[in-house]
Unconditional design. Structure first.
Lengths: 210, 208
């Protein structure tokens, strides 16, 4: 999450990715054209192809950036929360609260997740992009699962709680929350769903208070 | 499950066109699906297609309507099966969730995708009318799940403070999210496991 100064070329590349991400999340990848991106960015065609070999290369860069950003967001939440408490359960709950606050602070309805958008058009993409999509979801699973395992060492999971599925549920609830907030046009919905997941995590482990 | 009724030849063709279109839309997106490929795969003429659907928007609408109707029929059916097995609102909801998870794990090759989610991710391509239909679809699910949670809460006070609307929405969210995870990971079992986790949550909230 560190701020770095981008060179002019990097800034152009980021701008192209921003424009592409917005268009892809509203219309899908198939309906997004290189021509419209070039026009919106005020670039020449060769300017575009300097940054991306073709549309597949653009798709890969979009997805890579989306996954990396979210890995950073997750890591950042948990670094901040671990500074506040040594207890793994409390730390996780604080991290989820930070995450819900971050989502609640978005100016508009969440624009959407590139992983979800791509999985609904998977035949448009090459094998390597589908693999990258799976890798991204696995990276999120692993980051959360490792924390839930730490919690489970101190607080035994209650009956019916499956640690891997509980880890996936964090991603599932965000994906589903994005879809609900967009269909219902209720911006607050996403943060509320993260808080509902947080409630579940509170109940999922045996603590003295429970 | 779904009532079997004899379809006329015209209805059969229409259903077949919708099946082909749905499969294509869920894998390639709406823009990536052409009328020509649907017509070609169905082995009919262009005018045969336009007898059933005025244009691509009309096809989009019919697809979504059928999807919402089918989903609802499946839920109603599972609810009535669960209610036959238990009068208790909590137990029958837990049975419903188990039946739902089992049904999802029985789909060969996993859930092909939710048409509402697919449309949301391409919403600029659709008319206002189609977008309103997706909104209505989710609102109905919220109301129907909420009714059941209300009945449960009346008998079993929640162990922690929960918002029942959020809890009702959570089932839709977990199902939509579980489909996305299952598709992205090529692990179809993820979806039914997510529903079972939601079920474990309901049990913890009301059952203790």
């Amino acid at each position: 999450m560190s701020v770095k100064v981008l060179s002019k070329g990097e800034a152009t590349r980021e701008r192209l990715l921003d424009l592409a991400e917005k268009a892809v999340l509203q219309k899908g990848f198939g309906a997004t054209t290189i021509e419209e991106l070039i026009a919106a960015a005020g670039l020449t065609k060769s300017g575009f192809f300097y940054h991306f070999r073709d549309k597949n290369d653009l798709a890969q860069a979009l997805l890579r950036r989306y996954i990396d950003r979210h890995n950073d967001i997750i890591d950042d939440m948990f670094v901040r929360s671990s500074e506040l408490t040594d207890d793994p359960l409390h730390g996780f709950l604080i991290g989820l609260k930070f995450f819900a606050d971050l989502l609640a602070d978005l100016p508009n309805t969440h624009p959407g997740c590139i992983v979800a958008s791509f999985c609904y058009q998977d035949q448009q993409f090459s094998r390597d992009i589908r693999d990258l999509n799976a890798e991204g979801v696995r990276a999120w699973r692993a980051r959360i699962q490792v924390r839930l395992q730490e919690i489970a060492k101190r607080y035994p999971p209650r009956p019916g709680v499956d640690i891997e599925a509980l880890a996936d549920m964090c991603t599932a609830i965000v994906e589903g929350g994005i879809i609900l907030s967009r269909t219902l046009d209720e911006k607050e919905m996403l943060a509320r769903q993260v808080m509902a997941y947080r409630n579940y995590v509170r109940l999922a482990f045996e603590t003295r208070e429970a | 499950m779904v009532q079997v009724q004899a379809l006329s030849k015209g209805e059969q063709t229409r259903e077949r066109l919708l099946d082909i279109a749905q499969d294509a839309v869920l894998h390639k997106g709406f823009a990536g699906t052409s009328l020509d490929e649907i017509i070609c795969e169905a082995g009919i003429t262009k005018s045969g297609f336009f007898y059933h659907f005025r244009d691509k928007n009309d096809l989009a609408k019919a697809l979504l309507q059928r999807y919402l109707d089918n989903e609802w029929r499946v839920f109603e059916d599972l609810f009535s099966q669960a209610e036959e097995l238990s009068d208790d609102p909590l137990h029958s909801f837990l049975i419903f969730l188990k039946l739902f998870a089992d049904l999802m794990s029985d789909i060969p090759n996993g859930h092909p995708g939710c048409l509402v989610a697919s449309y949301v991710y391409q919403d600029y391509l659709f008319s206002q009318e189609v977008r309103r239909m997706t909104t209505e679809g989710h609102r109905i699910w919220r109301v129907r799940f909420r009714e059941r949670l209300d009945r449960i809460a009346a008998r079993y006070p929640p162990k922690i403070e929960v918002d029942l609307n959020d809890m009702a929405d959570m089932l839709s969210a977990v199902a939509d999210g579980g489909i996305i995870l299952g598709k992205s990971l090529a692990e179809p079992a993820v979806l039914s496991r997510q529903i079972m986790q939601y079920r474990a949550y309901v049990k913890l909230v009301f059952g203790g």
